[in-house]
Design a protein around this ligand. Structure first.
Ligand code: BGC
Length: 539
């Protein structure tokens, strides 16, 4: 620490010993990272070496290193779209087969099922030219199914949940088929809008017999097994895509969808000519497709190892080792655990807690990410939220020093996470061919973490390499409504495609009729439009 820094730190210590009320409040809220670092040195004056080695160095990433992350991510995004590199690329950049965003003309009744981990949501969405009404039901999938069950049981559980919802909504045994949009928030290789092959589980889920299978077919089969439901799963989307659809319905300028929850991921609208892996024949559909980046897997090839710290490595050891490296530094599944590991290190090194350490604090994954959000929502130095959290973790005596240190650690860990997301969003903004774009964001980490939004707004411009205007749009109705929108847009585009095919057929019929009518008058007539001679057959 430089002389001036230690002087500042001393001043800060003096201030903290006398200050009360709003003065103290200021010392906890709104501190810059440098101020947080100085405060930690001050709070733990006997352990500067520990602070440097186990807190500052692991989490304070230099601007140059962050720039390297940007560069590497930009290359990874490109490689995933390149058909010559895709098979070895870390980011799969799956085309979602969603070819358009809502244009406000979508109309009809659509079902949505949103499955992203433990949480489950079913919705019926009535769309009427831009207006919509949603009725929804929330549920949970039991851990025993998610962690130890098999696929058939999981999908039977989902179908039963849908059945309960339809019964409640009076929609069992309908004569009309109900189109369903299925949000499945895991990495899938998509072969069509309604064909999605699970490539692997994330978010620490294990459920046999699903990887390598088409999850839409599995859901449809379970719906048929359950019976009494006239449902057809017409579209399946990743939750980022659902979020983008839902965001675009509210703000047509949305072009990027981001999820920050137990998992992290992003999607964006890409021009087809930039998607080397796109093999579909050109059709009348718009010349674009939403790409599911699956950026949770960024770093799985070791490209982020240069700044990963020991805590990141410990997390990795215990959760799908070697997979989803980017996600493990950011998501709600892991942020709390990172904080807990730092606290554990402090306790093991006799830097903090002494006889206050508890079994709960020492239990893996027991320091939930929601605690991080609660601690950072602290309004004043009474540390009401932090004390509650520590009581929940059975800490017998809560002292102010611990509250302060924990608060600072939560801020440091969260700032690194938000900076990495900002780099990701900046990369996507730089890719899209628009001068301005809305970014639809959803997920508990974004909604409940008090600093994330501000950190993103502050940090995205630091990494942008093009002159882009952006704004964050909090998607109002999660990705469920988005799946219904995806189903609606799919139906709209199909209808349009069918209509234009129908028109072409009618046009051709007309031409044939005209030709036939003309035949007797002019046997050697030519087709004016194409200037090709009338074939022998037509004659
Ligand atoms: C999954 C993504 C998903 C994200 C957010 C990640 O673990 O791989 O498909 O979009 O979590 O739910």
């Amino acid at each position: 620490m430089s002389a001036s820094n230690s002087e500042d730190a001393l001043k800060s210590a003096l201030r903290s010993s006398v200050a009360r009320g709003s003065m103290m409040n200021k010392e906890i809220k709104g501190l810059t990272l440098d101020e947080v670092r100085d405060a930690l040195y001050t709070l733990l004056p006997d352990n500067p070496e520990f602070v440097r080695k186990h807190i500052i160095e692991p989490f304070y990433v230099s601007d140059d290193d962050y720039k390297k992350v940007y560069k590497s991510l930009a290359e990874n995004l490109e490689a995933g779209l390149d058909d010559t590199k895709h098979h070895t690329a870390t980011l799969k950049m799956w085309p979602s087969y969603v070819r358009d965003l809502p244009d406000g003309t979508e109309t009809g009744t659509f079902l949505a099922l949103d499955f992203g981990s433990h949480h489950l949501k079913a919705e019926v969405v009535s769309l009427d030219h831009g207006k919509y009404e949603v009725d929804s039901m929330n549920g949970f999938v039991p851990e025993k199914i998610l962690l130890h069950g098999d696929g058939e049981k999981l999908f039977d559980y989902l179908a039963n949940f849908l059945h309960r919802f339809l019964k409640r909504s009076g929609l069992l045994n309908t004569t009309d088929r109900l189109p369903l949009g299925f949000t499945f928030a895991f990495p899938c290789k998509r072969l069509a809008i309604n064909k999605a092959i699970l490539t692997r589980w994330t978010k620490n889920l294990h459920c046999d017999g699903v990887v390598g299978e088409d999850v839409v077919a599995m859901l449809q089969a379970a719906i048929e097994r359950r019976g009494e439901m006239n449902i057809e799963c017409v579209a399946s989307v990743n939750d980022t895509v659902g979020t983008l659809m839902s965001g675009a319905q509210e703000d047509p300028k949305c072009a990027i969808g981001v999820i920050l929850s137990k998992g992290v991921n992003a999607c964006y609208m890409e021009q087809l000519e930039k998607v080397g892996t796109w093999t579909e024949k050109q059709s009348d559909l718009p010349n674009q497709v939403v790409i599911d980046t699956e950026w949770s897997e960024f770093g799985d090839d070791g490209c982020l190892d240069f700044f990963r710290n020991d805590y990141d490595k410990m997390i990795d050891e215990n959760h799908h080792k070697g997979k989803a490296i980017f996600e493990k530094m950011i998501s709600g599944q892991y942020l709390g655990e990172i904080v807990r590991l730092v606290l554990e290190k402090m306790n093991d090194s006799d830097v903090l807690f002494q006889d206050h350490w508890t079994k709960e604090l020492g239990t893996r994954n027991r320091f939930y990410t929601k605690y991080v959000s609660e601690i950072l929502s602290e309004e004043d130095i009474r540390f009401i939220h932090t004390r509650k959290v520590l009581e929940d973790l059975h800490v017998p005596l809560v002292v102010e020093l611990e509250c302060r240190v924990i608060h600072h650690i939560c801020q440091i860990v969260s700032t690194r996470a938000a900076t990495l997301v900002a780099i990701g969003i900046a990369c996507l903004l730089d890719r899209i061919n628009k001068s301005e774009a809305g970014i639809a964001v959803d997920g508990a980490l974004y909604r409940f973490h008090p600093l994330f939004k501000d950190l993103l707004n502050a940090k995205i411009p630091q990494f942008l390499q093009t002159d882009k205007k952006f704004w964050l749009v909090q998607s109002a109705d999660r990705s469920g409504k988005g799946a219904a929108m995806a189903a609606a847009v799919t139906e709209r585009l199909h209808r349009k495609n069918d209509d234009s095919k129908q028109e072409t057929v009618q046009e051709n019929d007309k031409v044939t009729e005209v030709k036939n009518d003309e035949e007797p008058q002019n046997e050697s007539s030519t087709n004016d439009e194409s200037n090709t001679p009338v074939s022998e057959d037509t004659k």
